[in-house]
Each structure stands twice: as C-alpha cells, then as structure tokens.
Design a protein around this ligand. Sequence first.
Ligand code: AMP
Ligand code: MG
Length: 310
Amino acid sequence: MKRIAVVLVLCLFLCGCTGDTQADKTFFAMDTFMQLQVWGVDAEHTVEAAEELICNLEKEWSVTDDDSFLSKLNRGLRIGLSPEQQEVLDKARQLQMRTGGVFDPQLYDVMLLWGFYDDNHRVPEKAALQQALMEERWDLGGVIKGYAGQLAANLLLESNIDRAILNLGGNIQTVGQKPDGSPWQIGIQNPAGEGQVGIVSVEGTASIVTSGSYQRYFEEDGVRYHHIIDPKTGYPAQAGLSSVTVICRDGMTADALSTALFVMGLEQGTQFWQESDDFEAVFILTDGRIFATEGANLSGCEFEVIQREK
Ligand code: AMP
Ligand code: MG
C-alpha cells in the first residue's frame, strides 16, 4: 500500500514537473466530424480553445447560416470586414489567379442550383448554369477547412503545444513531431470503397488535404454528380480523377489546390506542380491507377512517380 502511494506521488510529481498531458476532442462542425489529438502543456485547455476557434470560423464563413458574415456579404449588406476576413478573401482571389480560374471561390449560385446546400439535389438546366456562373456570390467551401486547420495549428503552436494531429473531416493538419519523434503517417482514403489505398509520411507541421468525388454526390438516372465544379461549364469536373491529395505547409493553399487539381486532371495538374515549389500531390485516377509527385513520400501501394522535368 505504502509502495503504491509512493509510486502515485512520484507520478503526480513527474506530471506536475513537465505539465505534459494528452487530450482528444471529437465534435461536429462544418458539416463533418472533426477529431483533435493534442499533446503538451495544458493540452485539455488548449484543445477546447482549438474547438472554439473552429466553431467560430464556421459561424463566420458558413453560406447556409443567414447570420454569417459571408451570407451577409452575399446578400449585399454593407458590413465592415475585419482585416482577417479581408485577408482570406484576398488570398482566395490570389489562389483563383494562380490556378487560372480553376479554383473559383464564387460558385455559390452554381452550388445552389445543384441543391448541394439543402440536400435537395437536382440536375440544373444548362442555361441556368451559364447564368449562375456569371454571379459573384462567395462560397469558400473549397478552402475553409484547410484554413481552419491552419489557424488551429497556429493557436496550438502559440500555446506551446508541440505535437498534435487534427482531422477536420478527412483534411489532416499535423503540428510538430509525432510523440515518438517519427514522421506522421497519414492514410489516403480509398475513393472506391472502404479503408485506405496508401500512406503519406509527413515531417513536422503540414496540411494533407484530399478532394474526391466520393465525398459528396448524388445520383440521377444512373449518373453520379459530385460537388467539385468545373468553373468553365458549371458541371461536376470530369478530368479522369477520383481524388487528389495535396501536402503543403499552408492549409488554405493545400485545400484550394486539392480542389483545383481535381478539376485540372493528371496532365494539367502535373504541369501545374512542375511550375510550383510549395506542394506535393497524390492523384488517384478513376481507373484506380495512382500517381505521386516525387516528394510526396507515398508508400503502401503501387504507384507511378511524377518527376520534375530536367
Ligand atoms: P473540396 O472538398 O475542398 O474540394 O471543396 C469542394 C467544395 O468547394 C464544394 O462543396 C463547393 O463548396 C466548393 N467548390 C466546388 N467547386 C469548386 C471550384 N472549382 N473552386 C472552388 N471551390 C469549389
Ligand atoms: Mg479544397
């Protein structure tokens, strides 16, 4: 009994000395399940703060909540933008330019026509889609989870949390090293069914974001219509891909590029990667073949490596 008490006191003393704890949090936000796992000083408290931050971002950027800042902006109300809000809108514009318009942050009217906001899905008339493409109402669904992961990571780092893995509905944000010091191992979802097709190994703080036609879709007359739109046509992108995973140090960029590369397809996406130096990518084709850029650190599956042109 005495020995147990000594061990207990020693444990309390050691924990008290380092203050290191581990905290997990699972919750529903941004229309998906999120799981935050955090290690470090005062992890319990910090994980709560990260959850609050994500939920506040949802309230700000939702297009289905009439009270959100973005909905008000879309209704043409004269509202003052905070510097952070202006920064996100500017960055979305820059990403649109960088991708030659393939990433389009103003597809609200197109998404509305397809019924993706109220799950009242239908195939719109071509003329209505053409009209909707001319509208300029915002939808940042293509970047907001990546942005939220990035802000949550920044908050954790400022709170002296040096290890964390955040799963925002399949968008992964890592912080620091894994507790045992080895690289993080992130599974890539099998777009055609259960489980994962491969693993990317990531060192340190990064975003690993996947866009896939399996994530949100409906079927009509035997045809599948998914939620990633080609801004040239207003129809779901059909570039021969089932999913694209992007690994990048910046969360919002990772998210925008995964959406954009899905629209571009393998050939154009490869060329885009060759002209860039800030991300790696894994492409899964509709026929099941997998292609990974040379720095993607993919393992656990057969794939072709995309190399930089010499
Ligand atoms: P993601 O799952 O990150 O690829 O983003 C898909 C979401 O982004 C959709 O649900 C829409 O809200 C929006 N979206 C769809 N197509 C595009 C596009 N071409 N560019 C930017 N956002 C898009
Ligand atoms: Mg995206």
